[in-house]
Ligand binder design. Structure first.
Ligand code: NAD
Length: 485
């Protein structure tokens, strides 16, 4: 199996690798070098039509395949991902700019876990029955929906792509999936793995292209009955406008502006180590990163000094080199956006404590898109810097004195994805957890994930929950059958 060559990224439709109907391609760029590394199909509505026809043809067979057979195939995909970890990690690193060690440690292992988790999950999936004493028995069934659409972003390419398609396939649906046009490589390589694992033709169809031509055509297609989307709040809004009047099932995992709340009584060493990670992992390009660090006033100065010292040690460098803690940001466009956000922060009166600039590397990385980890203070909760998602290696520090103030700052956002609370006072932590308007709360930890738990945000961070039974319920239609006794 060739998992090295992704120089021409074509669609995978009905078990075949096809050029886009319009013959158009665009450049794939390695953000760590600025070099063109290949061509990506620029698909549109015509390709979506072909994919839907292939999926519809496969559905009658796949939807009645036994759970055990689906388990076997999805588990085989997981094993093949594990066996090809090195090649997939290299592709992810080159395509995305994130450090190779991170791809090996997090991105690719999580992709195989996603398949293994939902392969096993479908073997245990069951539905309820409700007995009306001596009158009747109701039983509930959860059946595959049909053809469903999965659209994913660039920050955790294979990780988030498989987080959607694995439950969709496990539940017996046929899938039209589109990875981000910025990072399509590993989704393309996954097609070779799926074919080798024996996934029948047409069950999974992967299209490449941008959001406006390809993504929007998936959302608008009348025969695609559910859309699972992860990406920006702006695109989520467009998708909802198209899909809602067609009564499609919708799962929207959108942006965030997450608070990391540090109380004076926290476990200092664990807190400071983890807040460095929760601020800058993956160059701050994780929807769960804490970009607003809120620190109790009695420890604010101490926190600031030690935080700066530790962040200084996050070496920005060639993502292929083991010692680089920070790689490139994902694209030139995103690089410009982050630098523009830093300029806005300065205009708003923000004081740059560290970073605030692009990093120019040497040699093959001299044209890459690198940004120094940036810490900003002196900004209030209502400025653009603290309201808008930057999605890069940029955090702000704000101080608070009381629990009420911490809560008000934490909730001073239209987003509501994740929050982290650092304190040894478990009652305080629980009071905060119940009042913070976020779908995910971590107390004295960050990014500790159990795949069974409901995952998702509230407010502008989205609608619906992924993970565990929530995902399998989303990808099935629920039907109640009532039998009079
Ligand atoms: P994006 O919204 O630009 O694109 C995401 C995907 O949607 C891509 O595949 C894109 O081609 C497609 N798309 C764009 N516009 C579309 C449209 N109108 N119709 C259909 N498809 C469309 O997001 P991005 O820049 O790739 O990713 C970064 C964003 O994703 C950030 O806002 C981040 O917070 C968010 N994100 C959220 C989560 C979460 O779980 N809540 C996880 C990761 C990333």
């Amino acid at each position: 199996m060739n998992l090295i060559d992704f120089s021409t990224i074509n669609n995978y439709i009905g078990g075949q690798w096809l050029a886009p109907s319009n013959g158009k391609y665009f450049d794939n760029i390695n953000p760590a070098t600025g070099q063109v590394i290949g061509q990506i199909a620029s698909s549109d509505e015509a390709d979506v039509q072909l994919a839907v026809a292939a999926a519809q043809a496969a559905f009658p067979m796949w939807s009645v395949t036994s759970a055990e057979d689906r388990f076997t195939i999805l588990n085989r995909i997981a094993t093949l991902i594990d066996e090809n970890l090195e090649a997939l990690a290299m592709a992810e690193c080159i395509d995305n700019g994130k450090p190779l060690w991170l791809c090996k440690k997090v991105d690719i292992p999580r992709a195989s876990s996603n398949f293994r988790f939902f392969a096993t999950g479908i073997m245990h999936f069951s539905a309820e029955s409700h007995c009306m004493e001596d009158k009747a028995i109701n039983y509930t069934v959860r059946q595959p929906i049909g053809v469903v659409g999965c659209i994913s972003p660039w920050n955790l390419p294979l990780y988030l792509f498989t987080w959607k398609i694995a439950p969709a396939l496990a539940a017996g649906n046929c899938v039209i999936a589109k990875p981000s046009e910025v990072t399509p490589a590993t989704a393309f390589l996954l097609t070779r793995i799926c074919a080798e694992a024996g996934l029948p033709a047409g069950v999974l169809n992967i299209l490449h292209g941008n959001g406006t031509d390809c993504g929007a055509a998936i959302v608008a297609h009348k025969d695609i009955k559910a859309i699972s989307f992860t990406g920006s709040t702006r695109a989520g809004e467009h998708i909802a406008k198209t899909a809602a009047p067609m009564f499609k099932k919708l799962s929207l995992e959108l942006g965030g502006k997450n608070p990391a709340i540090v109380f004076a009584d926290c476990d200092w060493e664990k807190m400071i180590r983890t807040v460095v990670q929760s601020s800058f992992s993956n160059q701050g390009q994780i929807c769960l990163c804490g970009s607003r660090v809120l620190v109790q006033d009695t420890i604010y100065e101490k926190f600031k000094l030690e935080f700066i010292e530790r962040v200084k040690k996050l070496t920005v460098g060639n993502p292929l080199v083991e010692t680089s803690k920070q790689g490139a940001v994902v694209s030139e466009m995103h690089f410009e956006k982050i630098l523009n956000c830093i300029a806005i922060a300065k205009e708003e009166g923000g004081k740059i404590l560290l970073g605030g600039n692009a990093v120019q590397l040497d040699g093959e990385n001299k044209n890459g898109f690198f940004v120094a980890p940036t810490i900003i203070e002196n900004l209030g909760p209502n400025c653009r810097t603290n309201m808008e998602e930057i999605f890069g290696p940029v955090v702000t520090l704000q101080s608070f004195s009381t629990e009420e103030e911490a809560l008000a700052l934490a909730n001073a956002s239209e987003y509501g994805l994740a929050a982290t609370i650092w304190t040894q006072d478990i009652s305080l932590a629980n009071r905060m957890a119940l009042k913070i308007k976020c779908g995910i709360i971590w107390i004295n930890c960050w990014l500790l994930r159990d795949l069974r738990t409901p995952f998702g945000g509230m407010q502008n961070s989205g609608v619906g929950r992924e993970g565990g039974w929530d995902a399998l319920k989303f990808f099935t239609e629920t039907k109640n059958v009532c039998i009079e006794i």
